[in-house]
Ligand binder design. Structure first.
Ligand SMILES: *Cc1c(COP(=O)(O)O)cnc(C)c1O
Length: 387
Protein backbone atom coordinates (compact mmCIF):
# COMPACT_ATOMS: atom_id res chain seq x y z
CA UNK A 1 0.00 0.00 0.00
CA UNK A 2 1.35 3.40 -1.05
CA UNK A 3 2.03 5.80 1.83
CA UNK A 4 -0.77 8.09 0.57
CA UNK A 5 -3.27 5.27 0.96
CA UNK A 6 -2.47 4.65 4.62
CA UNK A 7 -5.13 5.98 6.97
CA UNK A 8 -3.91 9.36 8.15
CA UNK A 9 -5.39 9.03 11.63
CA UNK A 10 -3.69 5.70 12.06
CA UNK A 11 -0.37 7.27 11.07
CA UNK A 12 -0.97 10.26 13.33
CA UNK A 13 -1.60 7.95 16.28
CA UNK A 14 1.91 6.48 15.94
CA UNK A 15 5.14 7.78 17.38
CA UNK A 16 7.34 9.40 14.75
CA UNK A 17 9.78 9.45 13.03
CA UNK A 18 9.19 6.02 11.55
CA UNK A 19 10.08 4.07 8.46
CA UNK A 20 7.08 2.92 6.49
CA UNK A 21 7.64 0.00 4.11
CA UNK A 22 5.30 -0.73 1.24
CA UNK A 23 5.74 -4.51 1.19
CA UNK A 24 3.49 -5.01 -1.83
CA UNK A 25 5.63 -2.66 -3.90
CA UNK A 26 8.74 -4.44 -2.64
CA UNK A 27 7.30 -7.83 -3.64
CA UNK A 28 6.32 -6.52 -7.07
CA UNK A 29 9.75 -4.98 -7.61
CA UNK A 30 11.52 -8.21 -6.65
CA UNK A 31 9.19 -10.15 -8.92
CA UNK A 32 9.89 -7.80 -11.85
CA UNK A 33 13.66 -7.91 -11.33
CA UNK A 34 13.69 -11.69 -11.03
CA UNK A 35 11.53 -12.21 -14.12
CA UNK A 36 13.68 -9.86 -16.19
CA UNK A 37 16.93 -11.52 -15.02
CA UNK A 38 15.61 -15.05 -15.46
CA UNK A 39 14.88 -14.30 -19.09
CA UNK A 40 18.63 -14.23 -19.75
CA UNK A 41 19.66 -16.72 -17.05
CA UNK A 42 21.24 -13.90 -15.00
CA UNK A 43 21.76 -14.21 -11.24
CA UNK A 44 21.06 -11.43 -8.73
CA UNK A 45 22.73 -11.11 -5.35
CA UNK A 46 20.95 -8.51 -3.23
CA UNK A 47 23.39 -5.98 -1.74
CA UNK A 48 22.52 -6.16 1.96
CA UNK A 49 24.12 -2.85 2.76
CA UNK A 50 21.19 -1.02 1.11
CA UNK A 51 18.78 -2.34 3.75
CA UNK A 52 19.20 -5.23 6.20
CA UNK A 53 15.88 -4.98 7.99
CA UNK A 54 14.81 -8.54 8.92
CA UNK A 55 11.39 -8.32 7.31
CA UNK A 56 12.85 -7.06 4.08
CA UNK A 57 15.59 -9.67 4.01
CA UNK A 58 13.01 -12.42 4.66
CA UNK A 59 11.04 -11.39 1.61
CA UNK A 60 14.12 -11.07 -0.59
CA UNK A 61 15.46 -14.43 0.54
CA UNK A 62 12.09 -16.10 -0.07
CA UNK A 63 12.16 -14.92 -3.69
CA UNK A 64 15.42 -16.77 -4.34
CA UNK A 65 17.93 -13.92 -4.48
CA UNK A 66 21.51 -14.41 -3.31
CA UNK A 67 23.25 -12.03 -0.89
CA UNK A 68 26.08 -9.60 -1.57
CA UNK A 69 27.86 -8.67 1.67
CA UNK A 70 30.47 -6.10 2.60
CA UNK A 71 31.25 -7.19 6.15
CA UNK A 72 31.54 -10.34 8.22
CA UNK A 73 28.42 -9.36 10.11
CA UNK A 74 26.51 -9.08 6.85
CA UNK A 75 27.73 -12.57 5.91
CA UNK A 76 26.50 -13.85 9.29
CA UNK A 77 23.20 -11.99 8.93
CA UNK A 78 22.60 -13.51 5.49
CA UNK A 79 23.22 -16.99 6.88
CA UNK A 80 20.91 -16.29 9.83
CA UNK A 81 18.18 -15.12 7.46
CA UNK A 82 18.39 -18.34 5.46
CA UNK A 83 20.44 -17.32 2.43
CA UNK A 84 22.40 -20.43 1.39
CA UNK A 85 26.19 -20.05 1.74
CA UNK A 86 26.45 -21.02 -1.94
CA UNK A 87 24.67 -17.77 -2.82
CA UNK A 88 26.70 -15.39 -0.65
CA UNK A 89 29.47 -13.14 -1.94
CA UNK A 90 31.74 -10.99 0.20
CA UNK A 91 33.17 -7.73 -1.15
CA UNK A 92 34.95 -4.75 0.40
CA UNK A 93 38.39 -3.12 0.32
CA UNK A 94 39.14 -3.75 3.98
CA UNK A 95 38.20 -7.24 5.06
CA UNK A 96 39.67 -8.11 8.46
CA UNK A 97 41.24 -11.51 9.20
CA UNK A 98 38.34 -12.35 11.49
CA UNK A 99 35.83 -11.61 8.72
CA UNK A 100 37.78 -13.63 6.16
CA UNK A 101 38.02 -16.61 8.52
CA UNK A 102 34.27 -16.53 9.15
CA UNK A 103 33.52 -16.53 5.42
CA UNK A 104 36.06 -19.30 4.76
CA UNK A 105 34.61 -21.51 7.46
CA UNK A 106 31.07 -20.95 6.18
CA UNK A 107 32.22 -21.83 2.65
CA UNK A 108 30.55 -18.88 0.92
CA UNK A 109 30.24 -18.72 -2.87
CA UNK A 110 33.02 -16.17 -3.45
CA UNK A 111 35.17 -13.39 -2.08
CA UNK A 112 35.37 -10.34 -4.30
CA UNK A 113 39.06 -9.58 -3.84
CA UNK A 114 40.14 -5.96 -4.12
CA UNK A 115 43.95 -6.07 -3.92
CA UNK A 116 46.96 -8.32 -4.32
CA UNK A 117 47.72 -8.05 -0.63
CA UNK A 118 44.22 -9.24 0.23
CA UNK A 119 44.67 -12.14 -2.20
CA UNK A 120 47.80 -13.25 -0.35
CA UNK A 121 46.09 -13.00 3.04
CA UNK A 122 43.08 -15.02 1.90
CA UNK A 123 45.45 -17.64 0.47
CA UNK A 124 47.36 -17.81 3.74
CA UNK A 125 44.25 -18.02 5.96
CA UNK A 126 42.60 -20.60 3.69
CA UNK A 127 45.79 -22.68 3.93
CA UNK A 128 45.73 -22.49 7.73
CA UNK A 129 42.11 -23.62 7.87
CA UNK A 130 42.63 -26.23 5.18
CA UNK A 131 40.03 -25.01 2.69
CA UNK A 132 40.09 -23.58 -0.80
CA UNK A 133 38.78 -20.04 -1.26
CA UNK A 134 36.74 -19.18 -4.33
CA UNK A 135 37.42 -15.66 -5.44
CA UNK A 136 36.48 -13.12 -8.04
CA UNK A 137 39.03 -10.46 -8.78
CA UNK A 138 37.59 -6.96 -8.55
CA UNK A 139 38.93 -4.95 -11.44
CA UNK A 140 38.75 -1.19 -11.44
CA UNK A 141 37.51 -0.63 -15.01
CA UNK A 142 38.04 3.14 -15.10
CA UNK A 143 34.46 3.82 -16.19
CA UNK A 144 32.88 7.10 -15.12
CA UNK A 145 29.42 6.49 -13.65
CA UNK A 146 28.60 10.20 -13.94
CA UNK A 147 26.94 10.28 -10.53
CA UNK A 148 27.91 12.16 -7.37
CA UNK A 149 31.66 11.77 -6.80
CA UNK A 150 31.00 10.13 -3.43
CA UNK A 151 29.11 7.28 -5.10
CA UNK A 152 31.39 6.81 -8.10
CA UNK A 153 33.66 3.84 -7.50
CA UNK A 154 35.10 2.68 -10.83
CA UNK A 155 37.60 5.42 -11.66
CA UNK A 156 41.37 5.12 -11.40
CA UNK A 157 41.40 7.57 -8.49
CA UNK A 158 38.95 5.47 -6.42
CA UNK A 159 40.10 3.08 -3.70
CA UNK A 160 38.12 0.12 -5.04
CA UNK A 161 39.43 -2.87 -6.96
CA UNK A 162 42.73 -3.78 -8.57
CA UNK A 163 43.93 -1.08 -10.96
CA UNK A 164 44.62 -2.08 -14.56
CA UNK A 165 48.34 -1.49 -14.14
CA UNK A 166 48.55 -4.21 -11.48
CA UNK A 167 46.57 -6.93 -13.22
CA UNK A 168 49.58 -8.59 -14.83
CA UNK A 169 51.10 -8.92 -11.39
CA UNK A 170 47.78 -10.06 -9.87
CA UNK A 171 47.49 -12.83 -12.47
CA UNK A 172 51.01 -14.04 -11.63
CA UNK A 173 50.28 -13.95 -7.89
CA UNK A 174 47.06 -15.89 -8.47
CA UNK A 175 48.97 -18.68 -10.19
CA UNK A 176 51.19 -18.97 -7.14
CA UNK A 177 48.32 -19.10 -4.62
CA UNK A 178 47.62 -22.72 -3.82
CA UNK A 179 44.55 -22.21 -1.68
CA UNK A 180 42.71 -19.83 -3.95
CA UNK A 181 40.55 -20.69 -6.92
CA UNK A 182 39.78 -17.94 -9.43
CA UNK A 183 36.08 -18.13 -10.20
CA UNK A 184 35.49 -14.89 -11.98
CA UNK A 185 35.93 -11.20 -12.48
CA UNK A 186 34.09 -8.53 -10.54
CA UNK A 187 33.24 -4.94 -11.46
CA UNK A 188 31.15 -2.26 -9.77
CA UNK A 189 31.32 1.26 -11.11
CA UNK A 190 29.07 3.25 -8.80
CA UNK A 191 25.55 3.81 -7.63
CA UNK A 192 22.35 5.58 -8.72
CA UNK A 193 23.22 5.12 -12.40
CA UNK A 194 20.28 5.88 -14.69
CA UNK A 195 22.14 6.30 -17.98
CA UNK A 196 22.26 2.88 -19.67
CA UNK A 197 25.31 4.04 -21.68
CA UNK A 198 27.37 3.72 -18.49
CA UNK A 199 26.51 0.03 -18.33
CA UNK A 200 27.25 -0.32 -22.03
CA UNK A 201 30.74 1.13 -21.41
CA UNK A 202 31.12 -1.28 -18.51
CA UNK A 203 30.29 -4.23 -20.80
CA UNK A 204 33.04 -3.15 -23.20
CA UNK A 205 35.59 -3.16 -20.34
CA UNK A 206 34.35 -6.49 -19.00
CA UNK A 207 34.79 -8.04 -22.46
CA UNK A 208 38.32 -6.65 -22.70
CA UNK A 209 39.40 -8.03 -19.34
CA UNK A 210 37.64 -11.33 -19.81
CA UNK A 211 39.53 -11.79 -23.10
CA UNK A 212 42.76 -10.71 -21.47
CA UNK A 213 42.47 -13.49 -18.86
CA UNK A 214 41.25 -16.09 -21.32
CA UNK A 215 44.14 -15.35 -23.68
CA UNK A 216 46.39 -16.23 -20.76
CA UNK A 217 44.68 -19.59 -20.37
CA UNK A 218 42.55 -18.67 -17.37
CA UNK A 219 38.96 -19.91 -17.28
CA UNK A 220 36.47 -17.29 -16.17
CA UNK A 221 33.28 -18.90 -14.95
CA UNK A 222 31.56 -15.85 -13.51
CA UNK A 223 31.26 -12.32 -14.81
CA UNK A 224 30.05 -10.25 -11.88
CA UNK A 225 29.06 -6.80 -13.10
CA UNK A 226 28.06 -5.37 -9.70
CA UNK A 227 25.05 -3.18 -9.01
CA UNK A 228 24.36 0.50 -9.28
CA UNK A 229 21.08 0.68 -11.15
CA UNK A 230 19.36 3.91 -10.11
CA UNK A 231 15.79 4.81 -9.22
CA UNK A 232 13.62 7.88 -9.85
CA UNK A 233 13.86 10.00 -6.70
CA UNK A 234 11.82 12.79 -8.32
CA UNK A 235 8.73 10.82 -9.31
CA UNK A 236 8.35 7.87 -6.94
CA UNK A 237 4.66 7.36 -7.73
CA UNK A 238 4.76 7.59 -11.52
CA UNK A 239 8.00 5.62 -11.66
CA UNK A 240 7.90 3.17 -8.75
CA UNK A 241 10.26 0.67 -10.39
CA UNK A 242 13.38 0.88 -12.53
CA UNK A 243 13.14 -0.58 -16.03
CA UNK A 244 14.75 -3.91 -15.25
CA UNK A 245 14.09 -5.20 -18.76
CA UNK A 246 16.06 -2.36 -20.37
CA UNK A 247 18.85 -2.80 -17.82
CA UNK A 248 19.37 -6.53 -18.30
CA UNK A 249 18.94 -6.20 -22.04
CA UNK A 250 22.06 -3.99 -22.20
CA UNK A 251 24.14 -6.75 -20.64
CA UNK A 252 22.59 -9.43 -22.81
CA UNK A 253 23.36 -7.39 -25.88
CA UNK A 254 26.83 -6.09 -25.11
CA UNK A 255 28.47 -8.72 -22.89
CA UNK A 256 30.35 -11.28 -24.95
CA UNK A 257 29.82 -14.29 -22.75
CA UNK A 258 30.76 -17.85 -23.59
CA UNK A 259 28.28 -20.66 -23.17
CA UNK A 260 28.36 -21.77 -19.50
CA UNK A 261 29.67 -18.40 -18.37
CA UNK A 262 27.44 -17.03 -15.60
CA UNK A 263 26.54 -13.36 -15.27
CA UNK A 264 25.99 -12.06 -11.75
CA UNK A 265 24.52 -8.77 -10.55
CA UNK A 266 24.61 -7.11 -7.15
CA UNK A 267 21.58 -4.85 -6.96
CA UNK A 268 20.79 -2.93 -3.80
CA UNK A 269 19.06 0.39 -4.25
CA UNK A 270 17.05 -0.62 -7.33
CA UNK A 271 15.30 -3.36 -5.36
CA UNK A 272 14.41 -1.58 -2.13
CA UNK A 273 14.59 2.22 -2.42
CA UNK A 274 11.05 3.01 -3.57
CA UNK A 275 9.35 0.84 -0.97
CA UNK A 276 10.58 2.92 1.96
CA UNK A 277 9.26 6.25 3.22
CA UNK A 278 10.44 8.15 6.26
CA UNK A 279 7.39 9.57 8.01
CA UNK A 280 7.95 12.49 10.31
CA UNK A 281 5.98 15.16 12.08
CA UNK A 282 6.27 18.92 12.01
CA UNK A 283 7.46 20.00 15.44
CA UNK A 284 7.69 23.71 14.79
CA UNK A 285 7.29 26.22 12.01
CA UNK A 286 9.44 29.29 11.84
CA UNK A 287 9.06 32.31 9.59
CA UNK A 288 12.21 34.32 9.27
CA UNK A 289 12.74 37.49 7.30
CA UNK A 290 13.81 35.55 4.24
CA UNK A 291 12.89 31.97 4.98
CA UNK A 292 10.08 29.76 6.16
CA UNK A 293 11.25 26.72 8.08
CA UNK A 294 9.57 23.44 8.79
CA UNK A 295 11.33 21.79 11.69
CA UNK A 296 10.74 18.03 11.66
CA UNK A 297 11.15 15.37 14.31
CA UNK A 298 13.28 13.39 11.80
CA UNK A 299 16.81 14.42 10.99
CA UNK A 300 20.08 13.24 9.53
CA UNK A 301 20.16 10.61 12.28
CA UNK A 302 17.23 8.85 10.56
CA UNK A 303 18.06 9.71 6.94
CA UNK A 304 21.63 10.74 6.32
CA UNK A 305 21.77 10.83 2.51
CA UNK A 306 20.95 14.53 2.12
CA UNK A 307 23.59 15.52 4.70
CA UNK A 308 26.14 13.00 3.42
CA UNK A 309 25.97 13.58 -0.33
CA UNK A 310 23.39 16.26 -0.89
CA UNK A 311 20.95 13.62 -2.06
CA UNK A 312 17.45 14.59 -3.11
CA UNK A 313 14.41 13.00 -1.50
CA UNK A 314 10.92 14.05 -2.54
CA UNK A 315 9.21 15.76 0.37
CA UNK A 316 5.43 15.60 0.65
CA UNK A 317 2.82 16.65 3.14
CA UNK A 318 0.51 13.75 3.97
CA UNK A 319 -3.27 14.16 3.92
CA UNK A 320 -5.51 16.25 1.73
CA UNK A 321 -4.35 19.84 1.34
CA UNK A 322 -5.80 20.52 -2.09
CA UNK A 323 -7.08 23.96 -1.09
CA UNK A 324 -4.08 24.98 1.02
CA UNK A 325 -1.78 27.80 0.03
CA UNK A 326 1.60 26.72 -1.42
CA UNK A 327 4.64 27.94 0.50
CA UNK A 328 8.39 27.55 -0.01
CA UNK A 329 9.89 25.91 3.04
CA UNK A 330 13.37 24.95 4.13
CA UNK A 331 12.71 21.53 5.62
CA UNK A 332 15.16 20.79 8.42
CA UNK A 333 15.78 18.27 11.19
CA UNK A 334 16.40 18.77 14.91
CA UNK A 335 20.08 17.76 14.95
CA UNK A 336 22.77 20.25 15.94
CA UNK A 337 24.44 20.34 12.52
CA UNK A 338 23.84 22.82 9.73
CA UNK A 339 23.89 20.02 7.18
CA UNK A 340 20.81 18.56 8.87
CA UNK A 341 18.54 19.82 6.12
CA UNK A 342 16.29 17.73 3.86
CA UNK A 343 15.53 20.41 1.30
CA UNK A 344 15.72 24.13 0.64
CA UNK A 345 12.90 26.19 -0.86
CA UNK A 346 10.63 23.16 -1.17
CA UNK A 347 7.16 24.06 -2.37
CA UNK A 348 4.64 22.46 -0.03
CA UNK A 349 1.06 23.11 1.08
CA UNK A 350 0.87 25.32 4.18
CA UNK A 351 1.80 23.13 7.16
CA UNK A 352 1.56 23.46 10.90
CA UNK A 353 2.70 21.72 14.04
CA UNK A 354 1.53 18.10 14.09
CA UNK A 355 1.24 17.67 10.32
CA UNK A 356 2.92 14.62 8.84
CA UNK A 357 5.68 14.96 6.27
CA UNK A 358 6.89 12.09 4.06
CA UNK A 359 10.42 11.73 2.75
CA UNK A 360 10.06 9.39 -0.16
CA UNK A 361 12.34 6.78 -1.75
CA UNK A 362 14.08 6.15 1.56
CA UNK A 363 14.16 2.35 1.46
CA UNK A 364 17.82 2.16 0.41
CA UNK A 365 20.69 3.60 2.47
CA UNK A 366 18.12 5.10 4.85
CA UNK A 367 17.45 3.04 7.93
CA UNK A 368 20.82 1.27 7.62
CA UNK A 369 22.70 4.54 7.98
CA UNK A 370 20.74 5.66 11.04
CA UNK A 371 22.84 6.68 14.01
CA UNK A 372 22.33 7.33 17.69
CA UNK A 373 24.05 10.72 17.44
CA UNK A 374 22.50 13.11 19.98
CA UNK A 375 21.36 9.90 21.71
CA UNK A 376 18.37 9.69 19.40
CA UNK A 377 15.74 6.94 19.66
CA UNK A 378 16.13 3.63 17.85
CA UNK A 379 14.43 3.51 14.45
CA UNK A 380 10.70 2.66 14.44
CA UNK A 381 8.90 0.82 11.63
CA UNK A 382 5.53 0.23 10.10
CA UNK A 383 5.03 -2.48 7.47
CA UNK A 384 2.14 -2.17 5.03
CA UNK A 385 1.21 -5.82 5.43
CA UNK A 386 0.68 -5.40 9.17
CA UNK A 387 -1.98 -2.69 9.03
C1 LIG B 1 27.18 -0.86 -2.78
C2 LIG B 1 27.53 -1.99 -3.66
C3 LIG B 1 26.55 -2.59 -4.45
C4 LIG B 1 25.11 -2.13 -4.50
O1 LIG B 1 24.99 -0.89 -5.07
P1 LIG B 1 23.57 -0.29 -5.44
O2 LIG B 1 23.86 1.02 -6.04
O3 LIG B 1 22.77 -0.19 -4.20
O4 LIG B 1 22.94 -1.24 -6.43
C5 LIG B 1 26.93 -3.67 -5.23
N1 LIG B 1 28.21 -4.12 -5.23
C6 LIG B 1 29.17 -3.55 -4.48
C7 LIG B 1 30.54 -4.10 -4.54
C8 LIG B 1 28.86 -2.46 -3.69
O5 LIG B 1 29.83 -1.90 -2.96
Amino acid sequence: MNIHQVDLNRLKSLETPLYYYDMELLANTLEAAKTAADKYGFHIHYALKANFNDRILQLIQSKGFGADCVSGNEVQKSLDMGFPASQITFAGVGKSDKEIILALKENIFAFNVESIQELLIIDELAGQIGVKANISLRINPNVDAHTHHYITTGLDENKFGVPNSELENAAAVLRSCENVNLLGLHFHVGSQITDMNVFKSLCVKVNEWKNWFEERGTTIKVLNVGGGLGVDYYQPDTNPMPDFNAYFEVFDKFLERNPNQEVHFELGRALVAQSGTLVSRVLYTKSGVKKNFLILDAGMTELMRPALYQAYHKIEKLGDSSDAQQINYDVVGPICESSDCFGKEVELPYAERGDLIALRTAGAYGEVMASRYNLRDEIRYLFSNEI
